[in-house]
Design a protein. Structure first.
Length: 532
C-alpha cells in the first residue's frame, strides 16, 4: 500500500508526503502543503509539501527582469521577517547539493553508475503495486495500465544503463590532415562528458515513466538530477524516487522538490544552478524555453496527431487503431489520435466501424480497470466540454450523446467536423475525437501541416509507396504507417516539430542530449603518417 513498508519514511505523521533532498526525506519549513485531488472522487487524496510563496515568486521575477541584488536582498528580508518563503532556500540548497554530488558522480566509473541504475530498476519493479495504486488515485489511470507504466519504467531504466555503457564507452579520434592545408600533426580525441545539474519536469499523464525517461539518461551520463513532478502524480513520483534512494545513489545526486509548477516553476527553471532542462508537458514548455538561460533544452510538448485514412486501407485495422489511439487513457496521451482525416468514399464505413468498436469500451472507475476513466481535473473536463459545445454550435454530427458526470466524460466521436471548429485544431486531452472528411490526400496533408503542432501522425493504406510519400510530406516528428501514433518502444527516437517541441527523446538521444563533447588535441612535433 502507498506510504507503507519501505515507503513509510516518505510521509509524515500528518500524512503529508515529504520532499527528497541530500539523501533524506524532509518536511518543508514553509509548513505549507498542496492537496492532490482524486479525479474520480473529486476529494483530496494526498498532500505534498507546498511550493514557494508569492514573495519567492516575485523575488524570482525581479531577479530575472532586474537582476538587482538590492531587490533580491530586500525581498529575502521580507521573507525572513514574515517567515513565509523558505522553499526558495530549500531549492537553493538542493541545487548546491546537486552540484557538489555531480562532481563526484562524474568520476564514478561508468559500469558502477550502470549498476546503481539496474538496482533502482529492480526495486522499482518489485514495488510496482503501491506505485500503481498512486497512479490510480492521483490521475485515474486504469489499474492495469498503471502497473504497466511502472514495469515499463523499470525496463527503461535498465535499458538506459546498458545503452549508456555502450555509447558513452566510445569516443572519437580525428586526424588533422583531412582538412586542406594540414599535415597529420594533430590528433583530436573527443568524448562525451556530463552537463552538470539536469532539471526534469514531467507531465501528469505519465508521471513515473516520463520522469525516469529523464532521470536515467541524466544519471548514466554522469549528471545530477532535480525532479519537479507534476502536482497530480507527485506521490507516485515520490514513491519512484524512494526506489532510487533504496538503490544507494550518493547523497544529493537525486532530489525531488514538490509544489505547484505555477508557483515554483519559474524559480526552478531560471535557477542559475541548472545546466539542462528536460520538460514534457503543454504550452508551458514554450514559456520555459523563452525564459531559460543558455542551456540545452529538451522540450516534448503537445500534439494534434492526425490519422489519414486512404480508400484502400484495411478498414477494420483502421477502426481498431482509431479507438485504441484515440481513447486509451481517455485520450490523455500526447500521441493520442486527435483528428481523423478520412477519404469521403470510405468515411461512412469507418465511422460505423469506429462506433461499433467504441460501444465495447467500458466507462467508469480506474479501480475497475475501465477503458474510459475520469479526466485529470474538473478544469480539464470543462475545457473538453467547451470544445464539444463549440463543435455542436457549428454543426458537427454527434455519433453518440454527449455525457458527463463530474470529471468522467463518455467517449465521443464527432463526425463532419470542419476547419472552423476549435476541435479541428486544439488538443482536447480527453475522450473526444473529431472526424474530418477529405476529398483528396493533399487536403489531409494540408490540414496536418497547417497545425501549429507536429508531434506524430499516421497513415493507413495498403500502398507502401504512397505511404512513404505521405510520410515524407507530413511535418511531424514521426509518422506511423498502418498503426496509431505511439511513444515507444522507448529506445526509438521521439520528437516533435514546431510547437510540439525541440530536441529528440528516446533512450539514445536523451543520453546524448544530456552530454556535451569534450576534445583533447595532441599536437605532435612533426607529422606522423605511417609506421616503418
Ligand atoms: N510530447 C510529449 O512527449 C508529451 C508527453 C506527454 C504529455 N505531453 C503534453 O503534456 C500536456 C499534458 O500534461 P500537463 O497538463 O501535465 O502539462 P503542463 O504543461 O500543464 O505541466 C507539465 C509540467 O510542468 C509543470 N509546470 C507548470 N507550470 C510550470 C512553470 N511555470 N514552470 C515550470 N514547470 C511548470 C507542471 O507542474 C508539470 O509538472 C499535453 O499538452 C500533452 O500533449 C507531451
Amino acid at each position: 500500500m502507498a506510504g507503507t513498508g519501505v515507503f513509510t519514511e516518505i510521509v509524515d505523521g500528518d500524512q503529508v508526503y515529504k520532499y527528497y533532498a541530500d539523501g533524506e526525506w524532509k518536511k518543508s519549513a514553509s509548513g505549507k502543503s498542496v492537496s492532490i485531488v482524486n479525479p474520480t472522487t473529486r476529494k483530496p487524496q494526498y498532500k505534498v509539501q507546498g511550493g514557494a510563496t508569492r514573495i519567492a515568486k516575485l523575488t524570482c521575477v525581479i531577479r530575472f527582469h532586474c537582476g538587482s541584488i538590492f531587490f533580491i536582498a530586500f525581498f529575502r528580508l521580507v521573507d525572513w521577517v514574515f517567515g513565509t518563503a523558505c522553499t526558495q532556500e530549500e531549492v537553493n540548497k538542493v541545487m548546491e547539493a546537486a552540484k557538489a554530488a555531480q562532481k563526484l558522480w562524474a568520476r564514478t566509473p561508468l559500469w558502477k553508475r550502470a549498476e546503481h541504475l539496474h538496482k533502482a530498476a529492480a526495486i522499482l519493479k518489485e514495488h510496482k503495486a503501491p506505485i500503481a495504486e498512486c497512479l490510480v488515485k492521483e490521475i485515474a489511470k486504469p489499474a492495469k495500465d498503471a502497473v504497466t507504466e511502472v514495469v515499463r519504467s523499470g525496463d527503461l531504466v535498465s535499458y538506459t544503463a546498458e545503452e549508456g555503457v555502450r555509447i558513452l564507452g566510445e569516443g572519437k579520434l580525428l586526424v588533422s590532415d583531412s582538412f586542406p592545408g594540414n599535415e597529420r600533426s594533430k590528433y583530436c580525441l573527443s568524448s562525451k562528458v556530463p552537463l552538470g545539474v539536469v532539471l526534469a519536469i514531467p507531465p501528469f499523464n505519465y508521471p513515473v515513466n516520463l520522469a525516469v525517461s529523464k532521470i536515467a539518461p541524466a544519471l548514466i551520463a554522469g549528471n545530477s538530477l532535480v525532479l519537479k513532478p507534476p502536482t497530480q502524480g507527485a506521490v507516485a513520483a515520490l514513491h519512484m524516487i524512494q526506489c532510487f534512494h533504496l538503490a544507494g545513489f550518493p547523497k544529493g545526486l537525486i532530489s525531488c522538490v514538490t509544489g505547484k509548477g505555477s508557483e515554483i516553476g519559474d524559480f526552478l527553471t531560471m535557477h542559475p544552478g541548472v545546466n539542462c532542462i528536460s520538460f514534457t508537458g503543454g504550452d508551458t514548455g514554450i514559456a520555459i524555453s523563452k525564459k531559460a538561460g543558455m542551456i540545452p533544452l529538451q522540450m516534448e510538448l503537445g500534439g494534434k496527431d492526425a490519422c489519414i485514412v486512404l480508400e484502400d486501407a484495411d478498414l477494420d485495422l483502421v477502426a481498431s487503431n482509431i479507438v485504441k489511439g484515440g481513447y486509451s487513457y481517455s485520450g490523455q496521451r500526447c500521441t493520442a489520435v486527435k483528428v481523423v482525416l478520412v477519404m469521403e468514399s470510405v468515411a461512412d464505413a469507418i465511422v460505423e466501424k469506429v462506433k461499433a468498436t467504441m460501444a465495447k469500451l467500458s466507462v467508469g472507475s480506474p479501480e475497475d480497470d475501465c477503458d474510459i476513466t475520469p479526466v485529470v481535473s474538473e478544469s480539464s473536463a470543462n475545457f473538453i466540454e467547451g470544445l464539444v459545445k463549440d463543435a455542436k454550435e457549428k454543426g458537427a454530427t454527434f455519433c453518440q450523446e454527449y455525457q458527463r458526470e463530474g470529471n468522467l466524460i463518455w467517449p465521443l466521436l464527432l463526425d463532419h467536423v470542419r476547419p472552423d471548429m476549435r476541435i479541428a485544431w486544439e488538443e482536447p486531452f480527453g475522450p473526444v475525437l473529431p472526424v474530418i472528411r477529405i476529398s483528396s490526400v493533399e487536403e489531409g496533408i494540408h490540414h496536418c501541416n497547417a497545425s501549429n503542432f507536429g508531434l506524430q501522425g499516421c497513415v493507413f493504406t495498403r500502398d507502401i509507396n504512397k505511404a512513404i510519400l505521405i510520410s515524407d510530406a507530413m511535418e511531424t516528428g514521426t509518422v506511423q504507417i498502418n498503426s496509431a501514433p505511439a511513444r515507444g518502444p522507448d529506445h526509438f527516437p521521439f520528437q516533435g516539430l514546431k510547437d510540439s517541441g525541440i530536441g529528440s527523446q528516446g533512450i539514445t538521444n536523451s543520453i546524448n542530449m544530456m552530454t556535451k563533447i569534450k576534445s583533447t588535441v595532441i599536437n605532435l612535433p612533426s607529422p606522423s603518417y605511417t609506421m616503418g
